[in-house]
Design a protein around this ligand. Sequence first.
Ligand code: ADP
Length: 893
Amino acid sequence: MPDPSKFTPVFKQWHEAKQRYPDVLLLFRMGDFYELFGDDAEIAARELELTLTSRRAGEGIELAMCGVPYHAIDRYLATLIRRGYRAAICDQVEDASKAKGLVRRDVTRVVTAGTLVEDSLLDTHDHNFLLSIGREGGRFGLAAVDVSTGDFLVTEPSARAAPDDAAEPELPTTGPERIDPAVAAVVDEAARLSPTEVLLAPEVAEDEALRELLDHNLSVPITVAEEHRGGFLSPAEQLQEHFGVDSLRGYGCEDMSAAIAAAAQALEYLKHTHLDGMPHLSGITTYSTEQFLVIDAATRRNLELTATLRENRREGSLLSLLDRTSTAMGGRLLRDWLLQPLLDSARISERLDAVDELVRDRVTAEDLASYLRDVYDIERLTSRVTAARANARDLVALRDSLRRLPAIREVFDGCEAELLSMLQGRIANLDGLTQLLDGALRDDPPVQITEGGIIASGYSEDLDELRDIASGGKRWIAEMETSERERTGIDSLKVGHNKVFGYYLEVTHANTERVPEDYERKQTLTNAERYITPELKEQESRILGAEERMHELEYELFCDLRAQVAEYAESLLRTARALAAIDVLVCLAEIAIEYDYVRPEVDGGAEIEIRAGRHPVVERAPGQEPFVPNDTLLDRDRHQMQIVTGPNMAGKSTYLRQVALIALMAQMGSFVPADSARIGVVDRIFTRVGASDDLATGRSTFMVEMNETANIMNNATAQSLVILDEIGRGTSTFDGVSIAWAVAEYLIEQIGAKTLFATHYHHLNELESLFDEVQNLKVMVREEGDHITFLRRIEPGGTQRSYGIQVARLAGLPDAVVERAKEVLHTLEREDIGTEIGPSQEAASHVAQTVQLQLFEGAPHPIAEELKELDPENMTPLQALQALTRLKEKAEE
Ligand code: ADP
């Protein structure tokens, strides 16, 4: 940085602001532009494709410069935010015409991805959470704040420990790759909230593993908060002061010091970014991750809940299938319900009752949907109102939305479902506010709030008077044309107006002879002259004066009106949330009718019983063959684990996922794609699906697979539903089978989770004969010679062979390759491997036989036998040492 003392006065201002905001791009208002200088300019020029110039900033100082027009700033900001930058807006904070000397400038807003209220920068269908993470006394605390809706949520995610008596499974869960369960719980919750910016306490930022996982799972900007700056106030006191309460007890988080630290940190940051007006936050909502069915990040991806696995697009996800909401608020809430299904069967039934009633009473549902379609995003409108950022169009949108409330409330009269009546009760009576806005606003105001055209006539006497003056003046001028034509006898005389000269009288050159004395020439055109008269100028200045005062007055009236609306923030937000819930319930009812879903029975039992279940997304996929429904029965005794085998492409994954999705939909309060379904509430859904190389973190497919498996082994409980779609594919067959076998055993014996396990290792079918809890299922195919047809039907029984070669033929592999593969297979099956394929395979085959013997026939190993014989409690240390030496010698033989 050049010597600041050499800067010109305006650059001193810039430099001073830049010092306060060193790591954000500083947009500095000069005239009609926001300019960037120095390094900021180079970044902005590159990212925004602006021309880079330079500017003299003081004696011998040249700074790189680029700029954007002030009226287009939102568009440029959107690009910068999307690319992960933050920007400080340095504005003129006094009226240039009234300033003595240099106009004062100051930073009025720091725009960051997680602190947006600007409509043009927000995604309507998603929350825009800033996620603040703190740590106190070894616990993590999370605070998620969406300033655009006023939501302020806090939690301390709990890591569910593996049962104490459970031995560690034989998996690579130790060593550097092992993820601390507390960190995993934070990352899962963070992934669910899907924030647009993460704010870390300085000590949390030092946790490399957490940072890396957040980075990988969220890919959003991570900001490190400054050291606690609350002055003398503790974090709890900061929150109390902001919300004007004596204690945090009312919010239910008074004992959660980590969550409080995170919340105070978020609040500080918001104040630091919203310097010219902090949006309204409607108190703190404390929640426990244990209230909800936990869906970890891998499961959310694997089940394609909000985006498709391959292309990461919303279209093709369950959310996009279900989303028939009419309002943006409803759209966001639907996403919340989908990612946070409930555990309490009573609350689930409440939602189901409401959906049920709307399914039966279609007229009500349709009425509600049609009213809701006229409701704008009241949450975000309110937030902009309270941040003093709403324009007149926002208030018109709010007014139009409020007009619908009485009708919506009325629709619910006579409703039976408890949830519906409760929501009805939450729609505030805002008739007073509606009337205020009705009387105050014109219908079609401009975007700018400083140029008039906002306030309706009859709202302010002063304004009406000014408008009369202005329009009286204009009428006088319009009449002047006629009177001057008469006076001068020039029929072609015209009155006109332009920006530079104001009003004028125009006479063609042919008639200039007849122009009277009092005309004063102002401008000569090719074929006419333009004149003014003292009277005309007098009228003009009356009009201008009146208009200027009108604009000022309208601006004042508007700001005053906006402040009055802000007083209603609490009721507006409460109403908005009730409308959002109504919207979601109506949407679920519509979907249930259209897609032919049934009401599930949800209880606290241990069974999942589905008759003719379907996969909600696959059955509606474009070009999909008619969907074949399948039954499912999972319980704690004879059907705890189902091993599903069958050829590739037969429908194993689809079946597994459909069971998980039906359970999840039931617990969010939705009807489900089946003929009937009884769902014993599950506490977590785990999935381990397919193999995808995780190049971003440099972990191999196999490592990712084992990480995911380890996560399941460590966190699943007897209430969980586990979906395993192939385990151990990323390694050799023998490793793979062994791991898959051990995982299955552990799930049966130690955890007892309901499990669907699809595998191409048919050896696993042996488990059925060893454990009562296991049942084999196969996906039926019809074989005709070399050809197979997929029947998509799941039936009891195992599969004796794989159909890889037949599927390869279906996939279009050349005949020659298919034929050769069959020959090789034959050879392998005859176990003639050594002579036919090469010596290294012989060794492999030997190992295979040994492993299989040990694994499947339980052939005893001599050392193991001897170990079993030993009785350590009755041995002296010397005897023990001798036994050990003997065993070692045997092993070395
Ligand atoms: P697998 O896991 O056995 O390889 P998938 O479950 O991926 O097979 O299914 C492959 C395709 O088969 C799906 O994309 C879908 O089009 C079709 N499919 C699967 N299950 C069914 C079903 N029950 N009814 C109709 N089509 C199905």
